[in-house]
Design a protein around this ligand. Structure first.
Ligand code: KG4
Ligand code: ZN
Length: 358
């Protein structure tokens, strides 16, 4: 079965052709990073206009690279949400029109579920239950996945997403957008033990994340120590490198520490770390160490599948199509779409004494 995946939830216009949910025949990504760079973040209006320009050539290119014609496509899978409304609508409208014209099924996919499925291409089949840490610019959640397609949020961020914290701290330090890859690079020659930044503790005892306090702590440190942000085209000072490395280490410790704690309580058979931040090597190394201690396999997507792409959307769409699910033409963008459908079996989790949120 050939699924055409389409992704346009934020600042990447992407299309991919995937066979049987596991074999990528093509994956084309048109990134808007350069367009948004001068603003230090994604400008929603510019993003949707750019998606409109790019969606058709990107889909054409994906078909061409896969060596298939539109007529050979069996179904279209598209990101329905969460994301920016204008951006999502471009993909959703395009996908629905295409599927209607070709008289093939169309399925709306949750972007976060797409990130979970990003690990299926280059890893052994996932053994359930799984525990998935999804860390991106817009989301930071830990999902307990008792079986494929069932999700329970067992930890979430109370404020900023981890990727968002990377982006904001980079901006504060005068580093480029997006901040994640730049902070990672700068940290390589920084001392991660130089500065002790706090890891937020949630007062109600739930195993949730919070990165806003850390961001404030970095800001205060920069101000109190009169540290100059990196000027344009200048190399970062050792102080900046140390701040970046210490910040990164704190985020990694918080993410992996919580994943480890919940893995001990929930006894999953597989750990998954996915989303844009998952390509961070320091995060991957820490997750590997934790997985080894827990005697569990940990799966990451490869770099081109960590950040937003359409192959993961096609894979998640294929899973739902196989179960006989599809969307009808009333399907539309859902900006705050959630991934949590394991509500009725709360008792099972309660038995495991998890202080999850309702
Ligand atoms: O998954 P993604 O492409 O988009 C969303 O769904 O949000 O993730 C983008 C985020 C950005 O915040 C970016 O700074 C972060 O992922 N990111 C990284 C790295 N590469 C991208 N964060 C830390 N280290 C990296 N190497
Ligand atoms: Zn994403």
């Amino acid at each position: 079965m050939l699924v055409l995946g389409i992704e346009s939830s934020c600042d990447e216009t992407a299309a991919a052709v995937v066979r049987d949910g596991r074999e990528i025949l093509s994956s084309v990504i048109s990134s808007q990073i350069e367009l948004h760079k001068p603003f230090g973040g994604v400008v929603p209006e510019l993003a949707s206009r750019e998606h409109l320009e790019k969606i058709e050539p990107v889909v054409d290119q994906a078909l061409e690279k896969a060596g298939v014609s539109l007529k050979e496509i069996d179904a279209v899978a598209v990101t329905q949400g969460p994301g920016l409304v204008g951006s999502l609508l471009v993909g959703v409208c395009f996908a629905k029109a295409l599927a209607f014209g070709l008289d093939i099924p169309c399925i709306g996919v949750n972007h976060i579920e797409g990130h979970v499925f990003s690990v299926v291409f280059e890893n052994p089949p996932i053994e359930y239950p799984a525990l998935a840490l999804i860390v991106s610019g817009g989301h930071t959640n830990l999902f307990f996945i008792p079986e494929a397609g069932k999700y329970k949020v067992v930890s979430r961020t109370r404020d900023d997403a981890a990727g968002e914290a990377f982006d904001k701290v980079a901006k504060m330090l005068g580093l480029e957008y997006p901040g994640g890859p730049v902070i990672e690079k700068v940290s390589l020659t920084g001392d991660a033990h130089k500065i002790k930044f706090p890891i937020a503790k949630i007062s109600d005892g739930k195993p949730d994340f919070s990165f806003s306090g850390l961001k404030t702590a970095v800001s205060r440190f920069v101000r109190e120590n009169e540290i100059e942000p990196v000027a344009e085209n200048q190399t970062p000072s050792q102080e900046i490198k140390n701040i970046a490395a210490s910040f990164q280490a704190t985020v990694v410790k918080s993410l992996v520490g919580t994943m480890e704690k919940l893995a001990l309580e929930l006894n999953p058979k597989t750990l998954i770390v996915a989303g844009g931040v998952a390509c961070n090597q320091s995060l991957q190394n820490a997750a590997r160490i934790a997985a080894k201690k827990l005697k569990l396999p940990v799966y990451f997507p490869s770099k081109h599948l960590s950040t937003d792409n359409a192959a993961m959307i096609a894979a998640a769409g294929y899973f739902h199509l196989q179960r006989g699910e599809k969307s009808d033409l009333r399907m539309t963008a859902d900006v705050s779409m959630r991934l949590q459908n394991f509500e009725n079996e709360d008792a099972e989790l309660k038995k495991k004494k998890v202080r999850y949120r309702l």
